[in-house]
Ligand binder design. Structure first.
Ligand code: TRP
Length: 347
């Protein structure tokens, strides 16, 4: 076995939802992707097919897809170590996604909490069949590469459970080894960054109208403002300690501080305890700004040279397809789909 194939394969992706990723995406996912690429055969992609499950603007989607890829690179995803690509560049995603839909029960798809939330938000006319089958497409993404580990945030746990169920079902109906059953790799410690103005909800545009979000691609001054405006917890002591239950706001700031400086949470808490929240916020705001500025500079280098960025993505898609095509062919065979004569004749 060659060095490359003896390593376990991991895969993950994010939707190109906004023009910028936020600190929660970085700390909860991207940072781990970068760490994992040294020890695993890693595939990271921009999940653009998932983004069209809700109404979108075509020109904006194309731009955001590039920007998302540039931010993966800025965070340290290295195309020499990982396979970096755009989901729609590898048509096998849609193909395996279809087979996954055909083994997904209507009932189990109906139970996905993300679907329930989004369909409530978009109403019955805005809720597409694509949104309903979104998790089946995701299961296809994972099984298409025989991935054994999927590093994702806590919010994707249910989709991963579904993927495992679908994979096991495929193997029992169509024979062992039809697909690989993956494991979730839920990132511990800092997996979930909370909204700064609403620290019991995940950091996101929808949880606070964006006020509690630190955007990686926006002016660092906005990040500083967001941190300084973070909701803190009222108690008599103004103690700085990690206590999610009683001090969700302060705990969130400590997690962010630790993640971007590499310092231990307890050390940081000890340094600021008894000095008031203001000191903690000022220093954290500065640390975040120091992180964001060079991050943006790196992303801008790619955005200023779209030809080079596209070259990286074309190369990534070619490498991804080398893995995907034989896996898809195997699953097609197991399903009993007739092999075209041009591809070696009938089964
Ligand atoms: N649904 C994931 C999210 O919103 C994105 C995604 C799509 C994904 N396909 C995937 C993540 C496959 C991991 C593996 O974050």
């Amino acid at each position: 076995m060659s060095e490359a194939t003896s390593r376990q394969r991991i895969l993950s992706g994010m939707q190109p939802t906004d023009g910028s990723l936020h600190l929660g995406n970085y700390i909860g996912a991207l940072r781990q992707w970068v760490a994992l690429q040294d020890d695993f055969e890693a595939l990271y992609f921009v999940a653009d097919l998932h983004s069209v499950t809700v109404k979108h603007d075509p020109a904006v989607l194309a731009e955001r897809t590039r920007r998302t890829a540039a931010q993966y690179l800025a965070a340290g995803v290295d195309p020499a170590k990982s396979i970096l690509f755009v989901q729609s560049h590898v048509p096998e995603h849609a193909q395996l996604g279809w087979l996954m839909q055909c083994v997904t029960g209507f009932g189990e798809a109906s139970r996905m909490t993300q679907f329930k939330d989004k369909s409530t938000k978009h109403g019955s006319d805005g809720t597409t069949v694509g949104l309903f089958s979104y998790p089946s497409l995701q299961a296809g993404d994972i099984c298409l590469y025989d991935a054994s580990l999927v590093p994702v945030g806590e919010d994707q746990r249910q989709h991963l459970e579904l993927t495992r169920n679908l994979a096991e079902r495929m193997n029992s109906r169509f024979g062992a080894g039809t697909v690989v059953v993956p494991d979730a790799h839920i990132v511990k410690g800092g997996a979930k960054i909370m909204d700064l103005t609403n620290p019991t909800a995940k950091m996101s545009k929808s949880s606070s109208g964006g006020k509690g979000v630190v955007w990686l691609m926006e002016d660092a001054k906005r990040a500083v403002k967001a941190i300084k405006g973070a909701v803190t917890d009222a108690d008599e002591t103004f103690g700085v300690r990690y206590d999610v239950e009683n001090k969700p706001g302060i705990s969130n700031l400590l997690v962010i501080f630790s993640a971007i400086t590499g310092r231990e949470i307890d050390d940081i808490a000890a340094e600021y305890d008894g000095r008031g929240y203001g000191y903690l916020k000022v220093d954290l705001a500065e640390a975040v700004a120091e992180f964001i500025r060079p991050f943006q500079e790196r992303a801008e280098i790619y955005l200023a040279d779209p030809a080079e960025l596209d070259r990286v993505l074309v190369d990534g898609a070619a490498r991804a397809r080398e893995i995907a095509a034989p896996v898809l062919a195997r699953v097609y065979d197991r399903f009993g789909l007739l092999r075209p004569a041009s591809a070696g004749g009938a089964r």
